[in-house]
Design a protein. Structure first.
Length: 301
């Protein structure tokens, strides 16, 4: 039996992991990279030319690297000392609080990856988000800030054209792959889709038909509470709702270092208090593979 004083990996078939996958679109659909250290460089190919005829020509397309740099997401819950004598109570406490933490972590991780408006600093802004990348120049791939950004004013009459425009920014590019394309959206867009109507006043996206509103123009939607703008990463974002078109889900590069893990940090003789804590942690990284393969629609009103 594993000691409660050691970090215990939370099994992948547990309710905790299931809740993370249900709540986090990046955890569920991003391309995972196993990380044996805190940083990892992943080769990014910018394509390859194809020749014709009997003479082979060398490809001169540039390659570079995407850096995955892990950030630790943590949580702590003080355990009642009276419960420590009851093994069943300790295990039940771990299950309940771990599940609660998993929900908050999933939202904060998505918010970090998708919607934080500032550049990544490894702390309060764990990563450079998709939103920030889309709104920033990237000379490495000849991208101009806001080229793949759509400002949607919230008016029902403008919804259809705004959604179509945002998708066209991705599907007309070389990084569009219909078999692995994805929409990640704030649940606020469920109401937007329900209110989108044609010129006769009839709903365009009718729930229950072909999965609508869980598909958009044939692209599956992953709903994420974290897809709202915020100045720093948070598990309760309240900013503008975002809808992100991803031409190929592999562009969401997720680094998996450790976790989720749990630890009962037992009070020791040298401690000044008898407080015992349940600690939880995950070490993850995120980077956008290529900004040309995504677009962002922001509902600003």
């Amino acid at each position: 039996m594993a000691s409660l004083s050691n970090w215990i990996p939370i099994e992948w078939d547990s309710a905790v992991i299931a809740k993370v996958a249900q709540r986090s679109a990046v955890e569920a659909f991003g391309k995972g990279f196993a990380m044996g250290s805190d940083t990892k460089r992943v080769l990014r190919s910018l394509g390859m030319t194809v020749g014709t005829g009997g003479t082979y020509s060398s490809d001169n397309t540039a390659n570079d690297y995407v850096l995955l740099d892990t950030v630790k997401f943590t949580g702590q819950f003080i355990v009642d000392e009276d419960d420590l004598s009851d093994a069943d109570s300790v295990i039940n406490t771990m299950k309940v609080k771990s599940a609660d933490w998993a929900t908050s972590y999933a939202v904060k991780f998505d918010n970090s990856c998708l919607a934080v408006t500032a550049a990544g600093n490894g702390g309060t802004v764990p990563f450079t988000s998709v939103y920030k990348a889309v709104r920033t120049n990237d000379s490495a791939v000849s991208y101009t800030a806001d080229a793949n950004y759509v400002n949607y004013n919230g008016a029902a009459s403008a919804a259809y054209d705004s959604l179509s425009t945002a998708l066209s920014l991705v599907e007309n590019g070389v990084y569009w792959d219909p078999s692995s394309s994805l929409v990640i959206a704030s649940p606020a867009f469920r109401d937007v889709l329900r209110r989108t109507k044609d010129t006769q006043g009839m709903p365009v996206f009718i729930q229950g038909i072909a999965g609508t509103p869980d598909t958009l123009f044939g692209v599956p939607i992953a709903w994420s509470v974290g897809a709202r703008t915020s100045a720093t990463a948070t598990e309760a974002p309240t900013g503008n709702p975002l809808l992100v078109f991803v031409g190929n889900a592999d562009a969401l590069m997720r680094g998996d270092r450790t976790g989720p893990e749990a630890l009962i940090d037992v009070a020791r003789a040298q401690d000044s208090t008898d407080i015992t804590a349940l600690k939880l942690r995950v070490r993850k990284a995120f980077a956008l593979g290529n900004v040309l393969g995504v677009s962002v629609l922001e509902k600003t009103a």
